[in-house]
Design a protein around this ligand. Structure first.
Ligand code: HEC
Length: 145
Protein backbone atom coordinates (compact mmCIF):
# COMPACT_ATOMS: atom_id res chain seq x y z
CA UNK A 1 0.00 0.00 0.00
CA UNK A 2 2.66 2.47 1.04
CA UNK A 3 4.99 1.41 -1.76
CA UNK A 4 2.28 1.82 -4.26
CA UNK A 5 1.73 5.42 -3.17
CA UNK A 6 5.44 6.13 -3.62
CA UNK A 7 5.46 4.43 -6.96
CA UNK A 8 2.66 6.56 -8.26
CA UNK A 9 4.43 9.71 -7.20
CA UNK A 10 7.69 8.70 -8.90
CA UNK A 11 5.93 8.19 -12.14
CA UNK A 12 4.17 11.57 -12.08
CA UNK A 13 7.11 13.95 -12.24
CA UNK A 14 10.84 13.52 -11.61
CA UNK A 15 11.43 17.23 -10.95
CA UNK A 16 8.83 17.54 -8.23
CA UNK A 17 10.33 14.53 -6.42
CA UNK A 18 13.82 16.01 -6.46
CA UNK A 19 12.60 19.25 -4.95
CA UNK A 20 10.51 17.47 -2.36
CA UNK A 21 12.79 14.62 -1.31
CA UNK A 22 16.23 16.25 -1.25
CA UNK A 23 15.83 18.28 1.93
CA UNK A 24 14.38 15.27 3.71
CA UNK A 25 17.56 13.21 4.15
CA UNK A 26 19.30 16.32 5.51
CA UNK A 27 16.49 16.93 7.95
CA UNK A 28 16.47 13.27 8.93
CA UNK A 29 20.27 13.42 9.38
CA UNK A 30 20.01 16.49 11.62
CA UNK A 31 17.24 14.88 13.64
CA UNK A 32 19.42 11.76 14.00
CA UNK A 33 22.37 13.89 15.15
CA UNK A 34 20.15 15.59 17.70
CA UNK A 35 18.88 12.24 18.92
CA UNK A 36 22.42 10.81 19.16
CA UNK A 37 23.66 13.92 20.98
CA UNK A 38 20.87 13.89 23.53
CA UNK A 39 21.32 10.17 24.00
CA UNK A 40 25.06 10.70 24.63
CA UNK A 41 24.37 13.47 27.15
CA UNK A 42 21.79 11.32 28.90
CA UNK A 43 24.24 8.38 29.05
CA UNK A 44 27.04 10.58 30.45
CA UNK A 45 24.68 11.94 33.09
CA UNK A 46 23.70 8.38 33.97
CA UNK A 47 27.34 7.26 34.16
CA UNK A 48 28.14 10.26 36.37
CA UNK A 49 25.32 9.32 38.72
CA UNK A 50 26.16 5.62 38.85
CA UNK A 51 29.97 5.62 38.74
CA UNK A 52 31.53 7.11 41.90
CA UNK A 53 34.81 7.87 40.08
CA UNK A 54 32.94 10.14 37.64
CA UNK A 55 30.71 11.57 40.33
CA UNK A 56 33.81 12.66 42.24
CA UNK A 57 34.98 14.95 39.44
CA UNK A 58 32.47 17.80 39.84
CA UNK A 59 32.14 17.59 43.63
CA UNK A 60 35.83 16.85 44.36
CA UNK A 61 35.13 14.53 47.26
CA UNK A 62 37.38 11.45 47.57
CA UNK A 63 35.61 8.09 47.38
CA UNK A 64 34.68 6.30 50.60
CA UNK A 65 37.60 3.91 50.02
CA UNK A 66 40.03 6.79 49.53
CA UNK A 67 38.67 8.52 52.65
CA UNK A 68 39.49 5.39 54.63
CA UNK A 69 43.04 5.36 53.18
CA UNK A 70 43.45 9.07 53.92
CA UNK A 71 42.33 8.64 57.52
CA UNK A 72 45.01 5.99 58.12
CA UNK A 73 47.56 8.01 56.15
CA UNK A 74 47.02 11.13 58.28
CA UNK A 75 47.08 9.14 61.53
CA UNK A 76 50.36 7.45 60.57
CA UNK A 77 52.33 9.87 58.37
CA UNK A 78 51.15 13.16 59.79
CA UNK A 79 50.87 11.79 63.31
CA UNK A 80 54.59 11.12 63.14
CA UNK A 81 55.24 14.84 63.56
CA UNK A 82 51.89 16.22 64.68
CA UNK A 83 51.41 13.60 67.38
CA UNK A 84 49.42 10.37 67.28
CA UNK A 85 46.39 12.28 68.56
CA UNK A 86 47.33 15.23 66.32
CA UNK A 87 47.68 17.34 69.45
CA UNK A 88 51.15 18.48 68.44
CA UNK A 89 54.71 17.30 68.66
CA UNK A 90 57.45 18.43 66.33
CA UNK A 91 54.55 19.79 64.25
CA UNK A 92 51.90 22.12 65.59
CA UNK A 93 48.61 20.66 66.88
CA UNK A 94 46.07 19.85 64.16
CA UNK A 95 43.02 19.70 66.40
CA UNK A 96 39.82 21.52 65.49
CA UNK A 97 40.48 24.04 68.29
CA UNK A 98 44.04 24.75 67.13
CA UNK A 99 42.99 25.24 63.50
CA UNK A 100 39.76 27.16 64.17
CA UNK A 101 39.53 30.33 62.10
CA UNK A 102 42.47 29.49 59.82
CA UNK A 103 41.58 29.75 56.12
CA UNK A 104 41.10 26.22 54.67
CA UNK A 105 42.87 27.20 51.40
CA UNK A 106 46.02 28.15 53.32
CA UNK A 107 45.94 24.88 55.27
CA UNK A 108 45.45 22.92 52.01
CA UNK A 109 48.43 24.72 50.48
CA UNK A 110 50.55 23.91 53.56
CA UNK A 111 49.64 20.22 53.23
CA UNK A 112 50.29 20.06 49.48
CA UNK A 113 53.42 22.22 49.28
CA UNK A 114 54.80 22.25 52.82
CA UNK A 115 56.22 25.24 54.65
CA UNK A 116 59.67 26.35 53.68
CA UNK A 117 62.00 26.86 56.58
CA UNK A 118 60.07 24.37 58.75
CA UNK A 119 60.00 20.58 59.02
CA UNK A 120 56.58 20.51 57.28
CA UNK A 121 57.14 18.76 53.93
CA UNK A 122 54.91 19.06 50.83
CA UNK A 123 52.62 16.09 50.23
CA UNK A 124 51.61 16.85 46.64
CA UNK A 125 53.29 13.62 45.38
CA UNK A 126 50.94 11.56 47.56
CA UNK A 127 47.82 13.69 47.86
CA UNK A 128 45.55 15.31 45.30
CA UNK A 129 43.93 18.72 45.88
CA UNK A 130 40.67 16.92 46.64
CA UNK A 131 42.49 14.75 49.19
CA UNK A 132 44.01 17.82 50.88
CA UNK A 133 40.67 19.64 50.87
CA UNK A 134 39.01 16.61 52.47
CA UNK A 135 41.77 16.28 55.12
CA UNK A 136 41.44 19.98 56.02
CA UNK A 137 37.64 19.72 56.21
CA UNK A 138 38.01 16.72 58.54
CA UNK A 139 40.71 18.41 60.67
CA UNK A 140 38.49 21.45 61.11
CA UNK A 141 35.66 19.18 62.31
CA UNK A 142 37.91 17.01 64.46
CA UNK A 143 39.74 14.29 62.57
CA UNK A 144 38.10 10.81 62.53
CA UNK A 145 39.90 7.97 64.36
C1 HEC B 1 58.34 15.90 59.25
C2 HEC B 1 57.37 16.42 60.14
C3 HEC B 1 55.97 16.67 59.62
C4 HEC B 1 55.15 15.81 58.97
C5 HEC B 1 55.41 14.35 58.60
C6 HEC B 1 53.91 16.53 58.70
N1 HEC B 1 54.01 17.80 59.19
FE1 HEC B 1 52.56 19.24 59.08
N2 HEC B 1 53.79 20.56 59.99
C7 HEC B 1 55.04 20.25 60.49
C8 HEC B 1 55.57 21.44 61.16
C9 HEC B 1 56.92 21.55 61.85
C10 HEC B 1 54.57 22.44 61.04
C11 HEC B 1 54.58 23.86 61.58
C12 HEC B 1 55.15 24.77 60.55
C13 HEC B 1 55.25 26.16 61.10
O1 HEC B 1 55.98 26.32 62.09
O2 HEC B 1 54.62 27.03 60.55
C14 HEC B 1 53.47 21.84 60.28
C15 HEC B 1 52.33 22.53 59.95
C16 HEC B 1 51.21 21.94 59.39
C17 HEC B 1 49.96 22.61 59.15
C18 HEC B 1 49.65 24.07 59.40
C19 HEC B 1 49.07 24.19 60.79
C20 HEC B 1 48.73 25.61 61.14
O3 HEC B 1 48.35 25.79 62.30
O4 HEC B 1 48.83 26.50 60.30
C21 HEC B 1 49.10 21.69 58.64
C22 HEC B 1 47.65 21.92 58.25
C23 HEC B 1 49.82 20.46 58.56
N3 HEC B 1 51.09 20.63 59.02
C24 HEC B 1 49.28 19.30 58.11
C25 HEC B 1 50.00 18.14 57.93
C26 HEC B 1 49.43 16.97 57.33
C27 HEC B 1 48.00 16.80 56.86
C28 HEC B 1 50.44 16.04 57.28
C29 HEC B 1 50.40 14.67 56.68
C30 HEC B 1 49.96 14.58 55.32
C31 HEC B 1 51.62 16.65 57.89
N4 HEC B 1 51.32 17.92 58.25
C32 HEC B 1 52.81 16.01 58.07
C33 HEC B 1 55.72 19.07 60.39
C34 HEC B 1 55.25 17.93 59.76
Amino acid sequence: MHQQACGTRTSTSEASIDAESRPRPILAFLLDLGAIASFAVAMLALIAMVNPAFADLPTSVPSAERQFELTRFVRQECGFCHGLRLTGGLGSPLTAQALAGKPPEALEATILYGRTGTAMPGWAPHLSEADAAWIVAMLLKGFPE
